[in-house]
Design a protein around this ligand. Structure first.
Ligand SMILES: Nc1ncnc2c1ncn2[C@@H]1O[C@H](COP(=O)(O)OP(=O)(O)OP(=O)(O)O)[C@@H](O)[C@H]1O
Ligand SMILES: [Mg+2]
Length: 297
């Protein structure tokens, strides 16, 4: 979905224009929201990492989630996935309170999401094809032949060569591992994919290709994408909206233009810092960036 469309679908009336500067919770229609996080607090050994955090992810958007290292981005992702307990608050995925759901409901939600964890997390003893088949074996009842065929389709979808199917993770480059992990995240034809730092460790061109792939999947499959990233190029080129984590909650969420005008020391230094100026900022002369040409939205 193009950025401009993403903004217009969420606004019903002119008087809602001002809502662009209110939390997304107040602007998105219920049917547009695929993940709804409200007042979530997560603590480890009594120490709060997230404190009253609220966030929406809307259908068909790429939401970029940023914040300082150690701020709790991965903790929130793991909490949404039910891998971390929360102390309070609610999290709904597809309108279902996942944490309080029955096993049957949980399965139905898990069947509709895919995850690419921060460190790839492919099984090293399995080939790429076998890795992609893992979720299929867990959630579907398919013949080995059909699983193999589906796995090969996913390999093709993420732009890997067919011979990657029989390779082990140790035989792949970093970029190929990311693509293989994405293929596994897409194994069940999910409606939401969670990506934790998908482009970290990739060269700029490989990262731009990855961004382009995510945008293509959003546009062709209607995927909703929750992407934790430090990659300014990804934020500038691929994301429809951005949410910034700071002080244990979402400081600001909205389109890039809102980030650029937001008055907060970390947000300012992140979006206007030296590194930000090396990628294209609206209203600025574009500086050459290897990612710009390949990753333009
Ligand atoms: N299972 C856990 N037990 C105790 N503390 C944890 C646990 N998981 C995360 N933390 C702590 O929560 C804080 C946030 O960690 P998190 O991994 O979410 O950071 P992050 O924002 O993803 O950082 P980065 O950008 O470096 O990946 C850190 O202080 C971390 O040590
Ligand atoms: Mg992290």
């Amino acid at each position: 979905m193009p950025r401009s469309d993403c903004e217009t679908v969420t606004l019903d009336a002119p008087d809602q224009q001002s809502a662009l500067h209110a939390p997304a919770a107040k602007t998105a229609r219920d049917s547009d929201v695929v993940i709804r996080v409200r007042d979530v607090t997560v603590a480890f050994d009594g120490k709060k990492v997230l404190d009253g955090l609220s966030l929406d992810v809307r259908r068909g958007e790429i939401l970029g989630f940023v914040g300082p290292s150690g701020a709790g981005k991965s903790v929130l992702l793991r909490t949404i996935l039910g891998l971390n307990p929360k102390q309070s608050g609610t999290i709904e995925v597809f309108g279902i309170d996942y944490h309080g759901a029955s096993d049957r409901e949980k399965l139905s939600v898990e069947r509709r999401w895919g995850v690419l964890f921060q460190h790839g997390a492919l099984f090293s003893s399995l080939t790429v094809r076998e890795n992609i088949e893992v979720p299929m074996k867990e959630y579907l009842d398919l013949s080995p032949k059909l699983m193999g065929e589906l796995a090969r389709l996913k390999i093709d979808l993420v732009g890997l060569a067919p011979d990657a199917a029989d390779k082990y993770p140790s035989e792949l480059s970093g970029g190929m591992i990311k693509r293989a992990a994405l293929a596994r995240a897409l194994a069940l034809d999910p409606e939401i994919v969670f990506l934790d730092e998908p482009t970290s460790g990739l060269d700029p061109i490989g990262a731009a290709d990855f961004d382009q792939l995510i945008m293509t999947l959003r546009d062709t499959l209607g995927l909703s994408v929750y992407m934790v990233t430090h990659d300014l190029d990804s934020l500038f080129q691929a994301c429809d909206r951005i949410a910034v984590l700071g002080d244990k909650k979402v400081l600001v969420e909205g389109p890039l233009s809102k980030m650029l005008s937001y008055d907060h020391p970390w947000v300012k230094s992140y979006f206007h810092g030296k590194r930000a100026r090396t990628v294209v900022l609206p209203d600025q002369d574009p500086a050459p960036s290897p990612k710009k040409t390949a990753g333009a939205a």
